[in-house]
Write a protein that binds this ligand. Structure first.
Ligand code: COA
Length: 181
């Protein structure tokens, strides 16, 4: 089935000036509760965020700010990390940091933009993603984008004191191109 996605958003590279925005989004526990422990596991500060932005190595990670086309307003953060050029693979992640922008179908658009970047620009062979089992919206988005469930890591995350499973997904370039046709 073809995946029709609107084009209301664009991705741009993360800049040092985005540090305050990222600190606000990352310190909102409820917002990042399903994200990697690298994000949800610590309190972020302006200096720590600036250090992280300065240390981005585009060889291994491509990190973006997601913006609305109409207003240029930043609404979230997304990227491709664990990039291994030798194997031509990477892993996507996404966060709509502005809560009033959630529930509008932007997640689907962000994944579509990340896949364009991953398969179109970086010429990857496979892309992986994972989502905490409770994160139904993310799982719905990944499945719609053509990702295949490849397994479950049991009790992989401890969220609010409770162990939860994480679902693993992947998508090959051949499957992506077939779906795009
Ligand atoms: C999770 C997130 C990316 C979802 O993006 P979104 O644009 O707000 O998603 P939407 O609310 O439009 O929902 C996307 C799809 O999931 C479905 N969905 C949402 N909640 C659902 C639920 N509880 N059960 C089943 N399906 C659900 C929606 O119906 C929609 O499907 P549709 O396209 O067929 O209408 C976004 O809310 C977010 O960034 N949250 C915080 C960070 C996060 O959890 N990131 C992901 C880490 S893997």
């Amino acid at each position: 089935m073809k995946w029709n996605v609107e084009k209301r958003l664009f991705l741009r590279e993360v800049r040092l000036a985005d540090a305050p925005l990222l600190v606000r989004w990352f310190n909102d526990h409820n917002n990042v509760r399903y994200m990697s422990p690298i994000i949800r596991g610590k309190r972020h500060t302006l200096p720590s965020m600036k250090t992280e932005i300065r240390s981005i190595d585009p060889e291994y990670e491509q990190l973006f700010i997601v913006c609305r086309r109409k207003t240029q307003k930043p609404i979230g953060h997304a990227g491709i990390d664990d990039l291994f050029r030798l194997d031509k693979r990477g892993e996507i992640f996404f966060l709509i940091g502005e809560k009033d922008e959630q529930g509008k179908g932007y997640g689907k658009e962000i994944v579509s933009l990340l896949l364009e970047q991953a398969f179109g620009k970086l010429k990857l062979h496979s892309v992986s993603a994972s989502a905490v089992l409770e994160n139904k919206a993310s799982i719905a988005i990944l499945k719609k984008a053509g990702f295949r469930k490849i397994g479950v890591r049991r009790d992989y995350n401890r969220i609010n004191g409770k162990y939860v499973n994480e679902v693993l997904f992947d998508l090959l370039v051949t499957e992506y191109l077939k779906k795009k046709k």
